[in-house]
Ligand binder design. Structure first.
Ligand SMILES: [Mn+2]
Length: 454
């Protein structure tokens, strides 16, 4: 399940930075020309009007305008090149948003989405830079308060964890707690949210669904997007379990990355057509139960539906679906939480011999330190049995909000596992703020002493 060549693909993602920078620079140049062009027109206009009022212009006026247009130092001009997206700019040109027939609902098919998105991006050029790697993280929970007395507190901490991860890596995040399509309840509720988010965020190339009961336990790790460049849907999964065993656990549908494109719109239409909002819901339950032998319950569910589509309509969809098995794209909490102590020990040991990893730094620049760490993780492995921090820990079967849990384990092991994982992740964040939880289960903190050898 775990391939050894992961570090290779990690380094293969670093060349991506170059084209991005080049792209940024050229977009910046184009912006600069536009700005100068506009400024020139404005100057001419001012000069024309001015010449009606006064016979001549004081040359010193030009000097001061010029000075504003062409700041003398290189520093300020290079800073102006890193402005990023223009959040206040939406031109009056017609886009797909102005089409009265446009619907955000998953029940209305979307056509020509790629063209519509491209047109929007053309009209918002400040979003062009980095557009191919832009990620929106989506997560959600139920509209009502949790039944589990500590459920809302746990959900808050799970959400804080996702916000932390997104802030560190510059991703946007949307938390939904409304049922957008009331008939699509429970695990089906995410599909209408993903669909609406695609339309709400034409600037995002990827929508990343992460269940409310999943959390980041490696705050440094970044999605190897370069690896997914020819695919549109990425899930944690294993081909042999899907195609040979027809198992409903051949993949996990609680975390997935889906490209914001027409293919995804079409795929979600087919996927959602097995859901409770359709008259065929019962029929789909029977079909899935009879096709997928280890399916436990008779109702149609999204995960078995996805396994079914891969198995039955392989030619149609499988070449665009990437089954990621090389790292914990999401991992089963029970096999993970027992490894945290060992991992913490290994990382502490690693840092004893690596001053660059102990150096204090601003949170904003922490990605660089994640890249530094890679060379120390060459022998760590990935996924099950490795001592690399697991990327995402998924509390499948624990249900923090309802308090219900799989009878295989006690509720106590669920909640303790969550607290342990949350402290494990929070320690990676809090450290940038100078503090740490010394105890795996205790919320209290102590200050991190200065420890950076020359
Ligand atoms: Mn889940």
């Amino acid at each position: 399940m775990v391939a050894p060549d992961f570090s290779k693909s990690q380094t293969s993602s670093s060349p991506m930075a170059k084209p991005t920078l080049r792209h940024k620079a050229s977009a910046c140049l184009a912006d600069g020309f536009l700005f100068l062009g506009g400024a020139l027109v404005a100057l001419l206009l001012v000069w024309t009007l001015w010449s009606f009022i006064t016979p001549s212009i004081n040359p010193s006026d030009f000097d001061s305008i010029n000075a504003q247009l062409n700041p003398p130092s290189d520093v300020s001009s290079s800073q102006s090149c890193h402005r990023g997206p223009s959040l206040a700019y939406d031109p009056p040109d017609v886009t797909f948003y102005d089409d009265p027939k446009l619907s955000y609902s998953i029940q209305k098919p979307m056509k020509n989405w790629d063209e519509k998105r491209r047109q929007w991006l053309n009209r918002h050029p400040s979003f062009a830079s980095g557009a191919g790697e832009r990620v929106l993280l989506l997560t959600a929970s139920q509209p009502a308060p949790c039944r589990n007395p500590i459920g809302d507190h746990l959900l808050l901490r799970f959400f804080k964890n996702k916000v932390d991860y997104c802030r560190i890596h510059g991703y946007d995040i949307f938390y939904n707690n409304a049922l957008l399509q009331p008939e699509m309840f429970a695990y089906w509720a995410k599909l209408p949210v993903v669909r609406a988010a695609m339309i709400a965020h034409p600037e995002a190339e990827w929508i990343w669904w992460v269940d409310s009961d999943a959390m980041f336990t490696d705050m440094e790790f970044k999605l190897p997007l370069e690896r997914y460049k020819n695919h549109n849907l990425i899930v944690h999964g294993w081909a042999h379990l899907i195609y040979d065993r027809k198992s409903w656990t051949g993949l996990n549908a609680g975390v997935f990355l889906i490209r914001n494109c027409q293919w995804s719109m079409d795929f979600m239409d087919v996927w959602a057509s097995m859901g409770p909002q359709t008259p065929n819901y019962e029929k789909w339950g029977q079909i899935l139960k009879s096709t997928i032998p280890d399916k436990l319950f008779p109702e149609s569910d999204d995960q078995t539906g996805l396994v079914y589509l891969l198995y039955k309509e392989k030619e149609k969809w499988a070449d665009k679906i990437y089954l990621e098995a090389e790292y914990y794209f999401e991992g089963y909490w029970e096999e993970i939480v027992t490894t945290f102590d060992n991992i913490t020990g290994k990382y502490t040991e690693m840092e004893k011999g690596a001053g660059e990893l102990r150096r204090r730094h601003a949170e904003k620049v922490s990605e660089q330190y994640g890249a530094f760490r890679e060379k120390y993780l060459k022998d760590a492995g990935n996924g099950k049995g490795s001592w690399r921090r697991p990327f995402i820990t998924h509390f499948t079967g624990c249900q923090p909000c309802s308090g219900d849990h799989n009878q295989m384990y006690s509720g106590g092991s669920c909640w303790d596992g969550m607290r342990k994982a949350l402290n494990f992740a929070d320690n990676q964040v809090l450290r940038k703020y100078g503090f740490v939880h010394p105890d795996a289960l205790d919320p209290s903190v102590s200050e991190v002493p200065y420890d950076y050898p020359a």
